[in-house]
Design a protein around this ligand. Structure first.
Ligand SMILES: [Zn+2]
Ligand SMILES: [Zn+2]
Ligand SMILES: [Zn+2]
Length: 738
């Protein structure tokens, strides 16, 4: 039995196992194990003189895969291409089809004869339905993928040599990643520019005088109808930032106000009671899932995608690369039935909730990320934990909660706003009581960080006298706009329509892997090399790092996918001017200027010229500004200065001692720092403190490089995921990459 009736091609072994179970014996399902054709690594691989013709080569190790597919296809009545439904999936399908037709991917072939099958979820129902209505290969989708691949290749392979020439060998620049880097750099500078200011707030503890009830708190908000608080908008490179402060600028001022207030008696002013409805938010898109997984599960963006991929391939969730919030009617009604049965009619709205995609480019055919079954969480979660792992189970729980909550009734609060008068002063107390849980019944996570709802307030009427129990001030400080996290960077990329669900995670990991950006806890900051590369691009290739230009490029790619633009024209429009600019800049840019990072007030001891900080092979150093005429230079080791040593990564000290519940503290030992229980010597619990150097593990790309010591005390560099990852190096990898 060498021939089969139906041959099905997918891109992953898990998917092939799952799908063949649903299809039965007449179908042979084979996996391409990812892309089979790609541009060559060793050269540009794009003929810019001949309509950007790509010179695709078979990906290493895929010759055998293609041969097997070909062999199986002989005698097969039908060939179904069932790769993922987005552009990458379409490209894999196209490449396999070309290979089966005996041509290279860039040559013409009768692509209409292949059956393309797409589905959003890997369940029996969806698979059988999809196989009942196959379409043909979509050339527009394929062209859009091809155009992106070539565009990224042109920018990467053409711009990188310029960086080698002007900054340092081995650097690289990418199209969308450079925008990601710029966001991180701009934010860092916005933080440096931001001037923190102290301000004070004044609070009163009050009790209704008629009977003894619990005291409640009110805050001073105005005097003579002039509010103390002001909100100020700060314009950022990407978006804006709201700074809140009061006009009370010193402790003396706060004290003086308090003294004056003491001259007046307190009475209740206007009392407003309102019912406030809080609707659930829509189910997750890729970016929203990243955000939730980052804050609730503390996962990195690559990790999230890996877990989601497995959940999708095993049939637990719908396709995880999507920017649409559309939810299938079928699922919505199933969810409503489930929720009504479990919680009662009052917990579901009168009709199913639909959501509108904010993004104008959201491919409306796509669906939101949701569970494939509207079942009780616990059983499925347990099954996933058993079959796949704890990470997958936790992510599933998030996705399940969000999707289910999105179909539930609003939560209802009773909000009470009480004005309190003291002479010319106006205080306000805000209370809020949850009257009906609604969707919060299943999604309590959301409450974290949103607890500023206030407490329950006593029942008092206008004009009622209040007894002042205490009057006090608190000090606050305006905060600089926060550094990006992986998730908030993805959010900003999404809101500026840069990148797509299939590329977000890659954008972030690329700038981390290249050492342009480092991570402190979960916050991203630019490294020296990142600063220099970014500044060169901003100054000399402004379009490449421009938000609008990059968004327009993505839009053009979308138009290719919709058949509204021709891919060669889009590339031509971009590449023509880019090539000319590149040529000019190669001559124009002076290396000596690019690598200067800072001026200093030091004078060169050899020639008296001012010294500058430069980025060299091994990081920053002090150089005479008169170089190359004067070659005086000084070492400037900014890694592991005493200051750095003194820095403590507080996140590692969070939590309690697992043995006695005591606090954890950092101690200095013979072989470096370690974490110990504060109840020592009663409790002897210790664990190692990770001395991070702010770089991802170059081997597994998941852990962080940390400083370790051998038993004899010699320093080396290893991966935080040891023993899962065995990366180790005697040399500081931060310096190796310089
Ligand atoms: Zn000099
Ligand atoms: Zn302890
Ligand atoms: Zn590692």
């Amino acid at each position: 039995m060498n021939s089969v009736v139906n041959l099905v091609i997918v891109e992953s072994p898990t998917k092939s196992r799952k799908i063949s179970k649903f299809l039965g014996g007449d179908y042979l399902v084979l996996s391409s194990k990812g892309h089979v054709y790609d541009l060559p690594k060793s050269k540009l691989g794009v003929d810019v003189k001949d309509k950007f013709r790509p010179e695709y080569v078979v990906v290493r190790g895929k010759k055998k895969v293609l041969q097997e597919i070909k062999k199986a296809s002989r005698g097969a009545k039908n060939v179904y291409l069932a790769t993922d439904l987005d552009r990458e999936g379409e490209a894999i399908a196209w490449h396999v089809a070309a290979s089966l037709s005996g041509v290279k991917p860039d040559q013409d072939f009768d692509f209409q004869k292949y059956r393309r099958v797409v589905f959003f979820e890997i369940t029996k129902e969806a698979i059988l339905e999809a196989f009942r209505s196959p379409r043909s290969l979509n050339k527009n989708l394929y062209d859009a993928q091809k155009a992106r691949r070539i565009l990224d290749r042109l920018v990467g392979y053409k711009l990188s040599p310029l960086l080698w020439n002007k900054i340092r060998y081995g650097l690289s620049a990418g199209r969308v990643q450079s925008v990601g880097l710029r966001l991180v750099v701009e934010r860092e500078r916005e933080r440096e520019k931001f001037k923190e200011e102290k301000y004070w707030r004044i609070h009163a503890g009050l009790v209704p005088s008629k009977e003894e009830t619990k005291a409640f708190e009110a805050e001073l908000i105005a005097k003579d109808a002039l509010p103390y608080e002001a909100k100020q908008k700060v314009l950022l490179f990407a978006g804006e930032y709201l700074v809140t402060k009061t006009s009370i600028k010193s402790e003396d001022q706060a004290r003086a106000i308090i003294e004056d207030i003491k001259n007046y008696s307190f009475e209740v002013g206007k009392v407003e009671k309102k019912e406030v409805k809080q609707n659930p938010s829509p189910p997750y898109t890729t970016a929203a899932m990243q955000r939730a997984a980052s804050s609730f599960l503390r996962l990195g963006s690559n990790q999230v995608m890996r877990l989601a991929q497995r959940l999708y391939e095993e049939g637990y969730i719908t396709y995880h690369r999507t920017d649409s919030v559309k939810i299938s009617q079928q699922f919505a009604s199933k969810a409503r039935r489930f929720l009504e049965k479990k919680f009662g009619k009052q917990f579901i709205p009168s009709s199913a909730r639909c959501y509108q995609s904010k993004s104008k480019t959201a491919q409306e055919a796509h669906e939101v990320i949701r569970p494939t079954a509207a079942k009780d969480l616990l059983a499925v979660r347990k099954e996933i934990e058993h079959q796949l792992g704890a990470g997958e189970a936790k992510l599933y729980e998030l996705i399940w909660g969000q999707a289910m909550a999105s179909q539930m009734a609003a939560a209802v609060y009773e909000r009470l706003v009480m004005d309190i008068l003291a002479g010319p002063y106006l205080f306000r107390a805000v209370g809020s009581v949850l009257k009906f849980e609604g969707w919060k019944k299943i999604q309590k996570l959301k409450d974290r960080g949103q607890n500023a709802q206030g407490e329950e307030l006593p029942e008092v009427g206008e004009g009622e006298k209040l007894k002042l129990e205490k009057l006090f001030h608190t000090v606050h400080q305006t905060q600089a706009p926060p550094r990006y996290t992986e998730a908030s960077l993805i959010k900003d990329l999404e809101s500026h329509e840069i990148g797509r669900p299939s590329t977000y995670a890659a954008i972030v990991s690329t700038i981390l892997d290249r050492g342009y950006v480092g991570k402190e806890g979960k916050f991203l900051f630019p490294q020296d090399t990142g600063l220099v590369v970014n500044d060169l691009l901003v100054k000399h290739f402004p379009q490449i790092v421009d938000l609008k230009f990059t968004a327009k490029m993505e839009e053009d790619l979308d138009k290719i996918a919709e058949g509204k633009r021709k891919w060669v024209l889009v590339l031509k429009e971009f590449y023509g001017p880019f090539e000319k600019l590149l040529e000019r800049k190669m001559k124009e840019i002076k290396k000596e200027e690019v690598v200067v990072m800072e001026k200093t007030d030091k004078k060169c001891p050899k020639c008296g010229s001012p010294m500058v900080v430069k980025l060299g092979k091994y990081g920053k150093f002090l150089s005479c500004s008169n170089f190359p005429k004067c070659d005086y230079a000084e070492f400037l080791d900014d890694k592991h200065t005493p200051e750095d040593e003194a820095k403590v990564d507080e996140s590692q000290l969070q939590g309690k001692c697992p043995e006695c519940g005591g606090e954890l503290e950092l101690k200095q030992g013979r072989f470096g720092r370690f974490i110990a229980c504060s109840n020592y010597p009663k409790c002897k619990y210790t664990k190692s403190y990770l001395e991070k150097i702010g770089m991802r593990c170059p081997e597994c790309k998941e852990g962080e490089v940390i400083i370790k010591r051998t038993r004899k005390g010699r320093v080396f560099y290893g991966c935080s995921r040891y023993p899962n990852c065995k990366y180790a190096s005697w040399e500081n990898p931060l310096k190796q990459r310089n």
